[in-house]
Write a protein that binds this ligand. Sequence first.
Ligand SMILES: [Zn+2]
Length: 159
Amino acid sequence: MTKNKKSELKIKAIENGTVIDHITANKALHILKILDLPDAETHNVTVAMNVSSAEIGRKDIVKIENRELDHKELNQVALIAPKATINIIRNYETIKKDKIILPDKITSIIKCTNPKCITNYENEPITPIFNVINKYPPVVRCHYCEKLINTEDIDKQFE
Ligand SMILES: [Zn+2]
């Protein structure tokens, strides 16, 4: 076993839940915001930041106990961490391992950056829908006003 491997294995294994691996370094906290897990401790979430990775250099890892992320949640994660892999754990075993794939169209928790967009109307807000223009790095276009939203704009919404 190489030294590299050892440091990757430091975080404790979970019995049941989801492990999000290969998150772009320093984006783990954005992921927690997306998944509405503001307080890591009470939700049994373990976060490892800036771990060395053979595949992507530096990465973050998030482990969420007793929760299996659904498709919609994974799509949101893909906006922030397009190279992430998802491991569903049951009884300490990985029963499913998948690369995250950003779909062509996303109903998103991010907001259109055009203040005049119909999705930002205060009285009758419409759920934002975005067409994915580029998957890595993620760039999306508002379905309603066609405003282009780049990776920086997306990240800013979670800072
Ligand atoms: Zn818009």
